[in-house]
Design a protein around this ligand. Sequence first.
Ligand SMILES: [Zn+2]
Length: 658
Amino acid sequence: MYLVNFLSGRQARINVNDLIGDWIKSERGTSAGTVLGALLFLSYVQDTPRCIRPKFADDLVGSTVAKDLATVQTMLQTALDELSAWSDTWEMTLNTSKTKVMLFGSSSGTVNLTLHGEAVEQVDCIKYLGVWLDKNLTFLQQAEYAVSKATKAAWKVNRLIEGRKGLTPKTGTVLYKCLIRPCWEFSIAAWANLPEKGIRLLEQVQARCLRTIMGTKSHAATDAIEVIANVMPVRLRIQQLCTLEYTRLKQKPQDSHLQLLLKQALVPESSFTPMRFLCYQAKRIHDMFDHMEIVPEHKIEAEEILSDGRIDYIDIFRGNDACKTPALHDQVAAFITRHRYESLLAFTDGAVNDFGRGSSAVVMLPLESGTPEIEVKRVHTTLISSLEAEIAALVLAMEQAIIYFEDSAVKSKAKQGQLIILSDCKSAIKCILRRSVMHHHHELMARIRSSVRELRDWNIRVVLAWIPSHSDILFNEKADFLARQALQELPTVSKTPFTFPTWKSLTVRQMTQCWQIRWDRSTTGRATYDVMQAVGNRLTFPQNRNVAISYVRLLLNDTTLREHQYRMGLADTKICDNNDGIEDAYHFFFQCSRYSDIRTELKQEIQSIWTDSGRNGSLRWSVALLLAPSTVTAFTKLQSRAVLAATFKFIQQSGRFL
Ligand SMILES: [Zn+2]
C-alpha cells in the first residue's frame, strides 16, 4: 500500500529561469532523487531477458562474440527482439534513436539491426557509463574527453585567481584534487591501458593546473611542483587507483562475473585487455605482500543496521571558545575531574608501524578512589590500518569495561551509569557513531554491538568523546605510550586475510615510496630537492597569495631575484640593485642591506624558537632553515610552523614580488 501511494498521483513540471511549465502527469516511472525510486526501478527491470548484460539502471547492453559477422547479427537481433518484446509487455518504450550498435575488434563491416521496424544506427565509438569506448579499446578518445572536462573545471578554479591575488596554493590544491582531478580519474581503472600519448595528455593537464594554482613560472619543473603541492604524479596515481580497483574486485565472491573476468585475464595466452592491465598494475604491490588474501566483501544485513545498541557522543568543548591548545587541555582536565568516580573513564589509542603492524591500548580509571588505573594493550596479529587500530582500541575499552563491571560490587558505584571513552581519533568515533563504513569494519562493529548490548543490560550507557592528541593529557599520553610499547614486541603477523582499508593504506604508503624513489632519481627540480627531500608532506603556505607565490618560487629557486633572472637571460647582471653583492636567495634573506631592519626581527624570532626548543649549540643560518625548517633541524611541528611564519612575515615586509 505504501508503494502504491508512493507511485501514484505523481506530477512534474519544469522550471527554467522562473519560467514554469505545465504540470505533466507521471503515469509510469518513479521519482528521481528518491532512494525508493531507484530501488523500485531496479526491481522493475530485474527480469529483462538473460541476453541483456551488462545492465546499469536504464543503460541496457547486449553483447555477442562470434567469428563471423552473420552470427553476430543474428544473435544481436534475437537479443534485441527479446528485449523489445519484454519492453512491450511491461510498457517500457525503448528509445530507438538512443539505441546504437558497435563492432569491436579489427574486423569491419555492417551490422543491420532493427528495432520497432527502424534501423539501429551503427557507430565507431560510444559513450557508455561516462567512458568513451573505441573500436580497439585504445581509450585515446576517452583521454581527450577527460582532459577537456578537466580543462573546463580548471577554468572555473582559475577564475578565482588573478595573478598574485586570489586563491592560496593550499585551497587551490584542494580544489584541484576534488574538482579537477576527478574529471580524468573517473573510472580510470577501466581504461588505464591507454597509450603513452594519452598519459602525456593527462600529465600535461595536471602540470598546467598546478602551475597556475602555485603561481610558478611556466618552465618550472613539474616534478618539483608536484612535491611542493603534494599531488602525486599522474602515472603513480593511475597505478594506485588500479591497485585499489584490483583489490576491490578481489573482494567479490569467487563466482561473481568480475572475478571470472579477472581469472580469464590472468591466463597467460589471453589477449591484453584492460582487465589484464589492471592485474599487471597491481602485481607489484600484491607480490610485495606475499599474496596475502583480502577479507571478502561484507553484505550488510538488516539486523546490523537496525541494531538498537545506542552509543552517545559528548562534546567536551561545546560552548567554549576552542582553538588554543592550553585551553583545550584545561577543559579536558576539568571534564575528567567532573566525571571521575562517577562514570567509568577510558582513554584509548592505536598505533601502526610502517609495515602495517598495529596495536591498541586502553587506560581505564576505576570508580574506586585510590585504585591504580587499569592498563591494557593488544598487538594485532593481522596487518591493520591506523583507523582500524583506533577502532579496535575503542572496542577493547568496551570489552574491558564489561570485565570490570562483571564484579557486581562495582556496578552499583557507577552513579551516572556511564562508560565514557575518550579517543583522539575523530574518524574512529565517526565510524562508530554513523556506522557509515560498517561493511569495511564489520567484525569490529559486531563486537561493538554485542558489548553495548551487554552494558545496556546493566543500565550502562556508552558515551564517546573526542580529545586532542599530544596535548599533554596525562592518560591519553599513557595510552599512546602503551600502544607504542606494545608495537615494540614485534608480533609475528599471521596469514589471516586483511581488510580493504588496510590494503588501501598499505597501497598508498607503497605508492608514496615509489614517488620518493622517482623524486630521488629525478634530474629536474634539484634545487628544490636540496631543501625538500621527502615527498608526501603537506606544506604550510602563507594565507596571502602574493607571499605564497614568492615562497613557492623560492622553493623552486626560480624567482625574480637578479641571480635567477640573469640565469634565465632576463637580466643583464646578477648584482643586486643595491650594489652589495650577487642577489640570490641567501643575499635576500641574510645580506642585502635594504632589509637590515626586518632581518633583525626575523633572526630574533627564530633564535627564540631555537632557544625554546632546548637544543644545544648555536643556530646555523641557511635558506633551507627558513624555507623548510622541518627538514633541517629537529623542530617540532609547532616550532617549524613558527619559523615559517617568521619567514613569511619577512617576505611580506620586504615588499618584494619574488
Ligand atoms: Zn642587496
